[in-house]
Write a protein that binds this ligand. Structure first.
Ligand SMILES: NC(=O)NC1=NC(=O)NC1=O
Length: 174
């Protein structure tokens, strides 16, 4: 769909279509609706990122806490959002060996214990080796540095999800 169609949506349609560009944070789409019309994807994305940047640290951490673990319980139980399901499967995280899954689970626990939010990476730009390597590397970051790195991944995930929506052919109004 094109940006004109997005601009023409009422609030309900807008949040239906864009509510999960930031995982499980429909508030962000609900907030930026006020800024329509958007010139293009970049303009819409800038409003999303400005909203996130203006949040207090607790809000930024809250966004990260809304993300499902990589290869975690939700992937096993099939309860991921459709976007997360596609992204995690695309990175090969749905067919880890038992030792890989154990190791990733252990690193995720260590990471969460250190930073207070789950490890987030743009899975579509990674594969399972990259995920493991980045998790091991970022585990040693300072908290402020890691909060910045994790939010940068949220931006990448958002950009890819927006590209899917704005380049998709289906027109939800039909
Ligand atoms: N913890 C995560 O990084 N989760 C995810 N990254 C993605 O790209 N999709 C997810 O579900």
């Amino acid at each position: 769909m094109d940006i004109q169609l997005v601009n023409s949506m009422d609030f309900g349609e807008f949040v239906d279509v864009l509510g999960n560009i930031i995982e499980k944070c429909p508030l962000i789409a609900a907030a930026i609706w006020s800024h329509r019309p958007f010139m293009n994807l970049a303009d819409l994305e800038k409003h999303v990122f400005d909203f996130i940047d203006a949040l207090p640290q607790s809000g930024k951490e809250g966004i990260l806490r809304c993300h499902p673990d990589l290869a975690g319980r939700e992937l096993q139980q099939g309860t991921l959002t459709p976007e997360s399901q596609r992204e995690q499967r695309g990175a090969g995280l749905s067919n880890l060996g038992p030792e890989e899954r154990r190791r990733l689970g252990q690193l995720n626990c260590e990471y969460k214990a250190r930073f207070g939010f789950p490890f987030v990476i743009a899975a579509r730009l990674s594969d399972k080796a990259t995920v493991m390597r980045e998790l091991e590397r970022r585990l040693h970051n300072q908290p402020t540095q890691e909060l910045r790195a994790a939010l940068e991944e949220v931006r990448k995930i958002c950009h890819l999800r927006l590209e899917d929506i704005l380049r998709s052919r289906e027109d939800p109004a039909k």
